[in-house]
Ligand binder design. Structure first.
Ligand SMILES: CC(C)(COP(=O)(O)OP(=O)(O)OC[C@H]1O[C@@H](n2cnc3c(N)ncnc32)[C@H](O)[C@@H]1OP(=O)(O)O)[C@@H](O)C(=O)NCCC(=O)NCCS
Length: 166
């Protein structure tokens, strides 16, 4: 299979991004670490194969570094997630940002495996953070992937200059 082509999203990608986020998460709202994002309005990278949208990564830049707010590959296991994560690391490095970080949930064993295989480290665990997010976003399910109860958020991080954490 051909490698995906990754590029910065433009206004013309917005509907495709909304559709991809809705297919994965039921909408464009992402609630993480107590912050509510409309992911469709964030800066984004898109991955394409044969001119077709096959992946979306949205991000937000702040005092803590570059936060990956959402990452979705459609379909999975075709190298799309790896290409998007590598590309956003370049975005951070070129902007002089040392830390790339993201939140995932305790049930998302596939994502935990994926990120750690790509050098990210678990930096924090917030027990009960998903339960708090569910109060804002009631359609977050009680049971997540692999039938695991969905309760906690994990922070993963990557240092773009490969230096040890400060
Ligand atoms: C997590 C996620 C983004 C990973 O993206 P992905 O495109 O599936 O990831 P990749 O294909 O790049 O890599 C996944 C595995 O597939 C393998 N793979 C890649 N291309 C492959 C191919 N052509 N054939 C077989 N395996 C392949 C990779 O080597 C990797 O395995 P490894 O970790 O042992 O190296 C994706 O699973 C996803 O969209 N999940 C749902 C949404 C989600 O949970 N997002 C994260 C929220 S924090």
């Amino acid at each position: 299979m051909d490698d995906p082509v990754v590029r910065a999203a433009t206004a013309a990608d917005r509907q495709g991004i909304v559709d991809a986020l809705t297919a994965s998460w039921g909408g464009t709202t992402v609630v993480a670490h107590g912050t509510r994002y409309d992911a469709s309005s964030l800066p984004a990278l898109v991955a394409e194969k044969d001119g077709r949208l096959v992946g979306v990564l949205t991000y937000s830049i702040g005092d803590s570094g570059l936060e990956v707010v959402s990452l979705d590959a459609l379909p999975r296991r075709g190298g799309v997630g790896s290409a998007l994560l590598a590309a956003v690391t370049v975005v951070a490095r070129e902007a002089g940002i040392r830390r790339v970080w993201l939140m995932t949930t305790n049930d998302n064993l596939d994502a935990l495996r994926f990120y750690q295989r790509r050098g990210m480290r678990i930096a924090a665990v917030a027990p009960g953070a998903v339960d708090a997010a569910r109060a804002v976003k009631p359609f977050i399910p009680l049971v997540g992937a692999y039938g695991i109860e969905l309760h906690d958020e994990l922070t993963l991080e990557l240092w773009t200059d490969n230096t040890p954490r400060p």
